[in-house]
Design a protein around this ligand. Structure first.
Ligand code: GYE
Length: 629
């Protein structure tokens, strides 16, 4: 069988080489020629929407250079030249060549998502740089585009000063999620924090010439902007050329990408052609790294890698020229001694939390990292004190699971002043200054809430009468509670028969879950059809209260929960719970890997989002024996 597969691959290689000669496909990397005699184990296909953009070309270069280090791996690139249908075809053709993994960057998410979901059913898929709708992929690598837009808006406010500014927005490609998300971040922040107005929003398709032409047309109609926000540097250069041609003065220009090459953002800022850009890593090298890991079936791989964008103005551009596109990377001083990690654990409130603590302790031991783990007993003040102690103890890195989203600015500023990198573990925070932490490792809680809502919507399709829901929320103002509520209601509100009776504010413990359910039963009794609990422990408490009340949990009242702990699987197995959404507590290995990278001066992603499943009673039966927490 294996020989037959290698033979097929060699035939494909022969054909593809033929195609190259006829220019059907972009190119193979040099190393392929060299190894065509050697063992070919893997074939990667890379599909681009448009390869004439400097950013996409940089992405390719990085992938090629990285894959060239793996003699048994070949890569084929395709370029759809900004034709969405062509890109759909390219992916189908790559699939027909039996590629083992697809890397794809997308312009038009709506048109490309279906063919990518199809591919994902068969092989691993890495979505790179520009996203797709939904979650049908193995790994997404890219920037937080909404945050990119938000940063650009804050910069526009800084550049415009007190003037009531008139802004023109030059968007990327219509239908591109990247363009939409940047625009959303830009508009929302501008509205919330200023009285500047976006007078026009035009589309430049990420291209210099198109942006230039569109702007000339607009400016010739007498429009006088104070600032132009272009969603990439190519279009920002087009904007510069347009205003120059029409002799306009004093117009600020913001771009994004920040490449270190001729007409790249770093040079445009240095030469004063544009005011600001954002270094947006292409993720090419990271994608190639993970592609190799995936092909070699590495375990514990994340679902999303969010790369950090760096703002560049005339004030700091030189540091980027000197230190390369990462600029000054937060790193650990005196990197050769054993790393000392201070971990401020939030508490021991749930089964999930206990598994999380174990994972951190064992992973630190395995990684040879000196761990000081202190427990804040679910008290934010105590957690802040523990972090201050870590500064005084001179630890190299601080990591913690923030009890709530707010109240961290002051102590994190002290940590930053002490030059100690901070990694957020499992829960995010709300801070204006994103440089107060280096990275976040954890789950997408909004998506977890959506999955709970989607299950309820799917099992209630045939039901005509109203379905009454009780929600038991986690700790108020904590990231999991805020986001799991958001995601659940985003789905539930789409179906009028799914009706929320009441939301109770809990704290992720079994005891409170039981107490609040008792209260709900006293008020609503048999009217309750569904309980949505933000974690398993509260759900298990609710189950006890329902049984005490004389009803059958899982039968008379459906139980939906989040975490996916062993105790929840036991309840699913005996039919007392109906559905649980996994939230992975085993964050230790990913955290230690990030700390080691920091110790080696490697820039770590802004966010590492874990990969997670969902389990109904049937699926839980299959998975039960493999559950480790
Ligand atoms: O769901 C819950 C714990 O922050 C993700 O906190 C974590 C949550 C988890 O108490 O069980």
């Amino acid at each position: 069988m294996r020989l037959r597969k290698v033979l097929i691959k060699l035939i494909i290689l022969g054909t593809a080489l033929g195609l190259i000669i006829f220019g059907g496909f972009k190119e193979f990397t040099k190393s392929q020629k060299a190894n065509s005699e050697g063992q070919v184990n893997y074939l990667i296909g890379v599909s681009h929407p448009n390869l004439n953009g400097p950013w996409q070309i940089q992405m390719n270069k990085e992938i090629k250079n990285e894959i060239a280090n793996h003699a048994d791996t070949r890569v084929i690139f395709t370029d759809a030249a900004q034709n969405d249908e062509q890109q759909v075809q390219d992916i189908q053709t790559l699939m027909s060549y039996g590629i083992d993994l697809l890397i794809v960057s997308v312009d038009n998410a709506a048109i490309l998502t279906p063919v990518i979901s199809q591919a994902y059913k068969k092989i691993p898929v890495i979505v790179l740089g520009r996203g797709v709708k939904g979650y049908d992929y193995t790994l997404y690598i890219g920037s937080d585009n909404q945050l990119n837009g938000k940063m650009a808006a804050k910069e526009a406010i800084r550049l415009l000063g007190n003037k009531r500014g008139q802004i023109i927005e030059v968007k990327g490609y219509n239908g591109s999620l990247q363009a939409e998300e940047r625009s959303k971040g830009f508009h929302e922040t501008l509205q919330m924090e200023s009285s500047h107005t976006i007078i026009h929003s035009i589309t430049g398709n990420w291209l210099k010439d198109k942006a230039e032409d569109e702007l000339i047309r607009l400016l010739q109609s007498g429009v006088k902007p104070d600032l132009i926000y272009a969603q990439n540097d190519a279009m920002a250069l087009g904007a510069y050329k347009a205003i120059k041609q029409l002799g306009l003065k004093g117009v600020s220009i913001i771009g994004s990408d920040g490449l270190n090459e001729k007409n790249g953002g770093l040079h445009l800022v240095k030469e004063g052609i544009i005011d600001t850009t954002y270094i947006t890593p292409t993720g090419g090298t990271t994608a190639a790294h993970y592609a190799i890991d995936i092909l070699h079936e590495a375990r514990g791989l994340p679902k999303k890698i969010i790369l950090r964008d760096h703002q560049v103005t005339i004030n700091n551009v030189d540091s980027y020229f000197k230190n390369g596109d990462g600029g000054i990377v937060p790193h650990i001083e005196n990197k050769h001694k054993r790393v000392k990690l201070g971990f401020a654990q939030v508490g021991s409130e749930s089964e999930w939390r206990l598994a999380n603590t174990d994972s951190i302790v064992s992973a630190a031991k395995e990684a040879g990292i000196d761990l000081i783990l202190r427990n804040a007993d679910y008290d934010q003040k105590k957690q802040i004190e523990i972090i201050r102690d870590f500064i005084n103890q001179g630890v190299d890195v601080i990591a913690f699971s923030p009890k709530t989203e707010s109240g961290w600015d002051e102590v994190l500023q002290e940590v930053k002043n002490a030059g100690i990198p901070v990694i957020l573990s499992d829960r995010e925070i709300n801070v204006d200054d994103q440089s107060l932490f280096t990275s976040f490792i954890g789950s997408d809680f909004v998506e977890e809430g959506r999955r709970a809502g989607k299950w309820l919507a799917s099992v209630s399709k045939s039901v005509k009468s109203p379905i009454h829901i009780i929600e038991i929320e986690g700790t108020a103002n904590s990231a999991p509670a805020v986001d799991r509520k958001l995601g659940f209601h985003e789905i539930v509100q789409q179906d009028s028969k799914l009706q929320l009776l009441k939301s109770y504010s809990g704290d992720f413990t079994l005891g409170i879950g039981k107490k609040l359910m008792k209260e709900a039963l006293k008020t609503y009794g048999r009217k309750i059809n569904v309980v949505y609990a933000h974690n398993d422990d509260m759900a298990l408490g609710a189950i006890q209260a329902i049984e005490d009340y004389g009803l059958k949990p899982g039968v008379d009242i459906k139980i939906i929960s989040i975490d996916g702990t062993l105790k929840a699987f036991k309840a699913l197995n005996v039919g007392k719970m109906n559905f649980t959404v996994e939230c992975n507590p085993l964050l230790g290995p990913e955290l230690m890997k990030a700390i080691k990278d920091l110790n080696n001066g490697i820039e770590i992603p802004q966010k590492i989002i874990t990969s997670e499943e969902t389990f109904d009673q049937k699926q839980a039966k299959k998975e039960f024996y493999r559950r480790s927490y």
